[in-house]
Design a protein around this ligand. Structure first.
Ligand code: GAR
Length: 203
């Protein structure tokens, strides 16, 4: 059984997609052992509670320094003793120590086709604003392992999504979630849980 901790910051629709996939058997051999949010008001916390999944808020606002927050976050993750950490809309920079402690055991969902519209400053709606400003006709989502860079780790799955005439950032975000994120994130967890993913170098 793969024990996963899901880290969230907001609405938690990707968390919901994981919960639903575990429930309906699209993800097998997996248990969601905990949810961590950096934001006390994240609706994702309600989604976890509704399923009796242990959920905690670890907010930078409750710590005097970033280092103290990082320590608390790392301790919070370790407490659940996960095999895999899933960043599902977690809009916080992961402490380097966490990447070291969980080498090749952290995955992230990003709402673009990496290497486009990723890296520093590209998160949430900003990614879709960037795609619209550039006028791309196809965008999508990427699920990848997390290394010590921003959106630079080995890619697991990607899925393309059409940009439509008249899209704004919100409509594009919604389509990318529905058609790509909620599909490839559960698929990646299931593949990892069933030993189908191997990392060699940066692939
Ligand atoms: C998702 O679109 C996710 O890809 C994005 O934040 C949103 C969270 O939505 N993540 C990033 O931008 C990470 N760089 P959710 O809380 O409804 O899952």
């Amino acid at each position: 059984m793969l024990k996963i901790v899901v880290c969230v910051s907001g609405g938690g629709t990707n968390l919901q997609a994981i919960i639903d996939a575990v429930d309906n058997g699209a993800i097998t051999n997996t248990e969601i052992v905990g949810v961590i949010s950096n934001n006390a008001n994240a609706y994702a916390l309600e989604r976890a509670k509704a399923k009796d999944i242990p959920a905690v808020c670890i907010s930078p606002k409750d710590f005097e320094t970033r280092d103290l927050f990082n320590e608390a976050l790392l301790a919070g993750v370790h407490k659940f003793e996960p095999d895999l950490v899933v960043l599902a809309g977690f809009l916080v920079n992961i402490p380097p120590q966490m990447v070291a402690d969980f080498e090749n055991r952290i995955i992230n969902i990003h709402p673009s086709l990496i290497p486009s519209f990723c890296g520093k400053g590209f998160y949430g709606l900003k990614v879709h604003e960037g795609a619209l400003a550039r006028g791309v006709k196809v965008t999508g989502a990427t699920v990848h392992f997390v290394d010590d860079g921003t959106d630079t780790g080995p890619i697991i799955f990607q899925k393309a999504v059409e940009v439509k005439e008249g899209d704004d950032a919100k409509s594009l975000q919604q389509r990318v979630m529905e058609e790509a994120e909620w599909v490839i994130l559960p698929k990646a967890i299931d593949a990892i849980a069933n030993g189908q993913i191997k990392i060699g170098g940066d692939r």
